[in-house]
Structures are given as C-alpha cells and as structure tokens.
Design a protein around this ligand. Structure first.
Ligand code: SF4
Length: 68
C-alpha cells in the first residue's frame, strides 16, 4: 500500500496523528505530513483506519502490486 495525502484538503483535525503517530505528523499550521508513505504490519492497519476516519477525505490509499 502507498498512502497519499492531499494537503490542500486537509483541515488539520489531527485525527490521523492521534490514530497512528508513527505514520502521520502535522506541520506547524496543522497540515498533515506523511512520515512514512509505505507503512507495514500493524502501522499499515492503523494507517488504513486513519484514512477512514479523516473528516476531510484528504487521505487515500493506493494498492500496489507486489512485484517481488
Ligand atoms: S485526519 Fe485528515 S484532516 Fe485531519 S490532519 Fe489528518 S489528513 Fe488532515
């Protein structure tokens, strides 16, 4: 999975950071910053949850084909 964050849509609610602080952060004005854009394991599960919780629809997930 690859996370995408549309900073133009982010309203700075911070829900993502509360849900998975190893993946999401906020800059000084509250806009989301992706710390990791390809999380794995439990962080990936929580990141998916954060995507669902985001009130502005700023977060999305792109599924990637595992070519390994
Ligand atoms: S939950 Fe959504 S609106 Fe809130 S800081 Fe994260 S990306 Fe922005």
């Amino acid at each position: 999975m690859r996370l995408n964050a549309d900073t133009g849509r982010c309203v700075g609610a911070g829900q993502c950071v509360l849900t998975e602080p190893t993946v999401f952060d906020q800059c000084d004005d509250g806009v989301v910053v992706l710390v990791i854009n390809r999380p794995e394991g439990e962080a990936a599960q929580r990141a998916r949850h954060a995507v669902a919780l985001c009130p502005s629809g700023a977060l999305s997930v792109t599924e990637e084909v595992d070519d390994g």
